[in-house]
Design a protein around this ligand. Structure first.
Ligand code: HEM
Length: 506
């Protein structure tokens, strides 16, 4: 073995043992929910699947009940497995349950400390979130509506002419909405910049899985001298790549400002009003980049869930269609539009069911740490304990939802129908709730109404969709096979007539 590798391994191991000792030293006075047995030093880190941990965490919830504890290296994670305990802790006690644990690799190195989703609770997070809220809040609904209207026409045109490219078309749709608002430009199908952006999302998500980076499980390793940090060169390479993808967009904006072709957009205001105290260049790039990333991938995946739900449980599609046909005509008279929203409650219920059905954007939630010692129902937790809402286990628990595996929009036809955050945890709980939920929900509503009105989604019986295992990271490939056909020649003619122009508009 190379002497250096040997030295790194010994130092790493000793530091890990020390970290584990320091982390657990004072924990005797605390009382955690049942601990899943693991192995010395690593705890449960080697048991957790590298991606898609939903089923693993659900099996543990079935065994241990509403809460259980696991150790990922020196970090202690408590899984909250029912809506009741998530509400009690992450919502009602949000003042102390809204921070993030340290991520020396994925946040400090790979993101230059600039990814808002991993920032600890504090001034920088507040400042960044405030900026994002200004663009994404319900007050901006009208700005987004126009782009969603235009880009969804492009989406229909892509589905008609390239049905096999449906997943890329979803990605283009979502990306183009957010690019229009943030950078004042639209995206094309197969745009290499869009492909590169989705690659950065997948790289980040891959590295973010628990157990992948030793230093994220043992943050004390980050105190080793830099030359001993064997993960650092890889992290810096990923950082440079990601930064380059974001910087290209910002440089393009600056060039367009220079030559007078830049449209009004968020990036222009952001550059004008930037307070350097809060946003150096890296932070600027990661603020804008996060908007592109988080605003694109989540909608692309959610529209995929819609299609999987339509192909595998076609009974509800008939009922959705009946309502769409009543409002827009049974012979492809016109496309559904924003003005129809109140007349289409079934579509609102479909959107909520998309978010609940197979929550594979955050199957085990997102790690949130508490900032003070706390007690709950006989347990006591030290500050720094990590909590997650066990999204997969909750969404698929028959005590929470009748026939949970079924795609059944009727479950949401109730008084809370128009409260987008009520009834599922797709956007997370408490103060870290997705800052773009309103835009994401509108993206999915528009795509849902128009796609269901115009297309049939048919399961290929030779290649059935395994809805419990739809892969999350697919390197820009469709995550499952499906047959897509336009509903009728009249619907095809409607798309040709009303959507072609949207593919050429500036
Ligand atoms: C289609 C829908 C979407 C889903 C299902 C979704 C889901 C999520 C989830 C689960 C979280 C973590 C919440 C937590 O930690 O408690 C999150 C955070 C976040 N989302 Fe979304 N999201 C969506 C759309 C969007 C859009 C359109 C944007 C922006 C354009 C966005 C930007 C963000 C940001 C910046 C955060 C980090 C917030 C923070 O840590 O304070 N999301 N999202």
């Amino acid at each position: 073995m190379d002497q250096r590798v040997f030295l790194y391994s010994v130092v790493g191991l000793l530091t890990a043992v020390l970290a584990r000792y320091l982390a657990t030293r004072g924990q005797k006075k605390y009382k955690f929910p049942p601990l899943v047995p693991g192995i010395p030093i690593m705890g449960n880190a080697l048991q957790v699947p590298p991606t898609q941990q939903g089923q693993w965490a659900k099996d543990l919830a079935d065994k241990y009940g509403e809460m259980f504890t696991v150790k990922f290296g020196a970090s202690t994670w408590v899984f909250l497995n029912s809506s009741r305990v998530v509400t009690d802790l992450m919502e009602k006690r949000a003042a102390i349950y809204s921070s993030r644990p340290p991520f020396p690799m994925t946040q400090d190195i790979m993101s230059g400390g600039g990814r808002v989703v991993l920032m600890p609770y504090g001034d920088r997070w507040r400042q960044t979130r405030k900026i994002m809220h200004q663009i994404l809040s319900t007050r901006q609904k009208d700005t987004f509506r126009d782009f969603q209207e235009l880009e969804s026409r492009h989406l229909l045109y892509d589905y008609l002419h390239h049905p096999d490219r449906w997943f890329s078309a979803n990605g283009r749709y979502a990306n183009s909405v957010i690019m229009s608002v943030v950078f004042g430009i639209r995206s094309k199908l197969d745009d290499p910049d869009v492909t590169a952006l989705f690659e950065t999302v997948e790289m980040f998500l891959e590295q973010q899985q628990p157990g992948i980076n030793l230093v994220d499980g043992f943050p004390i390793l980050a105190k080793l001298p830099e030359f001993l940090q064997w993960w650092r060169p890889r992290g810096l390479k990923l950082f440079e790549y990601t930064r380059g993808v974001y910087k290209k967009q910002l440089d393009n904006v600056k060039a367009r400002i220079e030559n007078g072709t830049q449209k009004n957009c968020f990036a222009v205001d952001f550059l004008k009003n930037n307070d350097e105290k809060y946003f150096n260049e890296t932070q600027q790039l990661f603020t804008l980049g996060t908007l592109m990333e988080a605003g694109s991938d989540t909608t692309r995946v959610s529209v995929g869930q819609l299609i999987a739900g339509a192909a595998t449980y076609p009974d509800w599609v008939v009922r959705a269609r009946a309502q769409l046909d009543e409002v827009c005509g049974s012979n492809a008279d016109r496309l559904p539009s924003w003005e129809d929203k109140d007349k289409l409650p079934y579509i609102a219920a479909v959107v909520k069911e998309v978010f609940r059905w197979r929550p594979n954007i955050a199957e085990i939630g997102a790690p949130t740490s508490c900032t003070k010692d706390d007690e709950y129902e006989g347990y006591s937790f030290p500050a720094g304990t990590v909590f997650v809402w066990n999204a997969w286990a909750i969404a698929l628990n028959p005590k929470e939802y009748e026939q949970p595996e079924r795609f059944w929009p009727e479950r949401f036809l109730n008084d809370d129908l128009n409260n987008g955050l009520k009834g599922h945890w797709a956007f997370g709980p408490g103060r870290r709730v997705c800052v773009g939920w309103n835009v994401g929900e509108m993206n999915v509503w528009m795509a849902t109404a128009r796609l269901l009105y115009c297309f049939d989604f048919i399961e290929d019986k030779a290649n059935p969709i395994d809805t419990m295992n739809i892969p999350q990271l697919t390197k820009n490939k469709a995550p499952f096979p499906v047959i897509i056909k336009v509903r009728s020649p009249a619907h095809a003619a409607l798309i040709e007539r009303d959507c072609l122009a949207a593919t050429n508009a500036n």
